[in-house]
Design a protein around this ligand. Structure first.
Ligand code: FES
Length: 242
């Protein structure tokens, strides 16, 4: 079983918050990644900055009918989130162990063919959401194109502020945004960047709650899947319970 991922490479562009792009336009490229199921080291961070590369990011693929053991470091995640055969067969809810996710780290779980991100935000990351509140298009996620569950219609877009859980697929044309967690001026981003995600295909920018900034190609924030906490260290992805 293979997972095919299309990705694009951003060109070196500088953008002011008000709008204009300068420099070389983005150069889309297409990459096909053959990923053995269910565990691989993540290809999603290949365009991230230096700080991001120091963080561990995993792609843990669930839902495969045939299981192949992956890298040794990823095994604890896999064992803890291994869905039942029935859940795998039906694409049903799966348990995700977040106990080993450290502050500032993000992991990705492939569920129903979609990358679901789990980001454990630092206090600084959470504070940045106050600064982006007036800059994002839909601060409380009221838009209905990609409806956000009522319990995530808040500034953090999550049940617990510390943990962001979103589907990592751009609401414009379906590319996978990349991490841009380091604040400050950098290529392709505005000078007042507070950290977030950048979609390399057409330049949509998202803050650390996956809220799209104003005047971007993407029409909506990144989708929030149904989930709830089984306990402090486990999330059931695919089902909500109050
Ligand atoms: S697909 Fe993300 S900006 Fe176009």
């Amino acid at each position: 079983m293979v997972f095919l991922m299309r990705n694009c490479r951003a060109g070196t562009r500088i953008r002011s918050r008000s709008g204009k792009l300068t420099g070389r336009p983005a150069v889309p490229v297409s990459t096909t990644v053959r990923v053995p199921q269910p565990v691989v080291h993540a290809p999603f961070d290949e365009h991230t900055d230096t700080m991001d590369s120091q963080r561990r990011t995993w792609l843990i693929a669930a839902g495969a009918a045939t299981c192949v053991a992956g890298g040794a470091t990823a095994v604890p995640f896999v064992e803890s989130m291994e869905p039942s055969a029935k859940a795998r067969a039906e694409g049903g809810p799966i348990e995700v162990d977040i106990s080993q996710l450290r502050l500032g780290e993000k992991m990705t779980v492939l569920w129903r063919g979609q990358p679901v991100w789990f980001l454990r935000r630092t206090p600084q990351m959470l504070a940045s959401l106050h600064l982006t509140q007036s800059l994002v298009a839909d601060p409380l996620s009221k838009r209905m194109a990609f409806p956000t569950p009522p319990w995530a219609q808040n500034q953090w877009r999550s049940i617990k502020p510390e943990f962001l859980v979103v589907i990592g697929i751009c609401t414009h044309l379906g590319c996978s945004p990349v991490n841009r967690f380091t604040p400050g001026p950098q290529p392709s981003l505005p000078s007042d960047w507070q950290g977030g995600f950048l979609c390399p295909c057409h330049g949509s920018e998202f803050d650390l709650a996956a809220r799209v900034f104003k005047n971007m190609p993407a029409p909506d924030n990144l989708p929030v899947p149904l989930y709830h906490y089984i306990n402090d260290s486990k999330i059931l992805l695919g089902e909500y319970k109050a």
